[in-house]
Design a protein around this ligand. Structure first.
Ligand code: PLP
Length: 373
């Protein structure tokens, strides 16, 4: 892992102990034979995939799930032994690498299998997890006929293995279970239509693993959002089997403080004008760090006190209204706790009209991730 000197005080602090606590608590909640698939796609939801994967494996996760072939290659370079599953589509050009390096691929097209068979020269088997689309409408086989055609096509290729079968739920985090139940019954029907059960059946995302019937744990669960200490939805938040420990915080320091006279303005468009004398601080973080312009007006913590971002957020900087003339170097918390108060990722999500999943993902790579334990 890299140890680079960072000169700018803007940093994301990632608490690896929180990740491990969340994995361990899930593990206690699951039937003892159920494996935990740590979902580390998208650079571990912006937290840093290598460090998160390491922490999750130490805490008991046995499989890493990524979205893309490139993410799988990156994980394989750091973890030569651990099982890696690609959840999304893989191009035929990735087949040789996958079998050579024991990377399990999602499969949902008979044509894909026929093409893959032509290019696979490796002596090692290619492990495949068949994806069933039980109602997500994204990727997957949607009927018994498609499933059996795909299954038998794979079975005919000597070094291809049907190692798993999985599906993904569209509404597992919602209170209304009507659509969820439809997906469950279609998946069960498709699973039963197979001549034998694949080794690893998995359907549960975080919401399903935390609040649904334990029969849906099958052989493994895919633990994503709550590994990072975040609730899949506010409804799931009301039904949690254990408390979640958030791992992500974001901090910086004041780099400049000035006094504004009444009538003086701040930022592009001069959208904020002081009504009376006040102190304004400048923070070295902007929309190029992922602190998008929609966050204007969001509060940050200075000495445990909430103060607002004023004016438009710039690419690299933004301004906050201060209650007094703090010194340069004063610590500012944008996400996380300071004193007796805390600003959550959910609060940012609400301010941005989005979901908590999106927030750490959009904090760009310019913000270094610093790990604590
Ligand atoms: C991203 C993803 C997950 C993880 O979802 P969470 O809600 O974060 O637990 C699980 N399964 C699939 C197929 C995914 O794409």
């Amino acid at each position: 892992m890299e140890h680079i000197q960072h000169y700018r005080p803007t940093k994301a602090i990632i608490d690896l102990q929180a990740i491990q606590t969340n994995v361990q608590n899930l593990s206690k909640h699951l039937h003892p034979t159920v494996e935990i698939i740590a979902v580390v796609k998208a650079n571990a939801y912006g937290h840093g995939d290598v460090e998160i994967a390491q922490a999750a494996i130490q805490a008991g996760a046995t499989i890493l799930a990524v979205a893309t072939p490139d993410e799988a290659v990156h994980m394989r370079n750091h973890f030569p032994q651990v099982n890696i599953l690609v959840l999304g589509a893989s191009p035929i050009s990735f087949v040789s690498y996958a079998s050579e390096h024991n990377i399990t691929l999602a499969v949902f097209s008979t044509d894909w299998v026929k093409q893959a068979k032509e290019v696979q020269a490796a002596s090692k088997p290619l492990k495949l997890h068949i994806k069933v689309d039980s109602g997500m409408g994204r990727i997957g086989v949607t009927s018994k006929r498609q499933l059996l055609e795909l299954y038998t096509t794979i079975k005919k290729v000597s070094n291809f293995e049907v190692d798993g079968l999985f599906t993904h739920f569209a509404t597992a985090d919602e209170e209304d279970t009507t659509y969820f139940k439809k997906q469950v019954s279609l998946f069960r029907e498709l699973l039963q239509s197979l001549p034998e059960k694949p080794r690893l059946v998995h359907v549960a995302n975080t919401a399903t693993a935390l609040i649904k019937d334990t029969s849906l744990q099958y052989d493994a669960v895919r633990f994503g959002i709550s590994m990072y200490g975040l609730e899949p939805s506010s409804f799931v938040g009301t039904e949690l089997p254990f408390p979640l420990a958030p791992a992500f915080s974001l901090e910086t320091e004041l780099v400049f403080v000035k006094e504004l006279k009444a009538g003086q303005s701040v930022g592009y468009g001069a959208t904020y004008t002081a009504q009376e004398e006040c102190f304004v601080g400048t923070l070295p973080i902007g929309y190029a760090d992922g602190m998008i312009r929609k966050l204007s007006g969001q509060t940050v913590l200075v000495r445990g006190e909430r103060v607002p971002i004023i004016g438009r957020i710039c690419m690299d900087q933004c301004m906050i209204l201060l209650p007094r003339a703090y010194n340069i170097g004063e610590k500012v918390k944008l996400i996380g706790s300071q004193g007796n108060d805390a600003i959550s990722i959910d609060e940012w999500a609400t301010k941005c009209d989005t979901i908590n999943y999106e927030v750490p993902c959009i904090i760009t790579s310019r913000v270094p991730r610093i790990y604590t334990k």
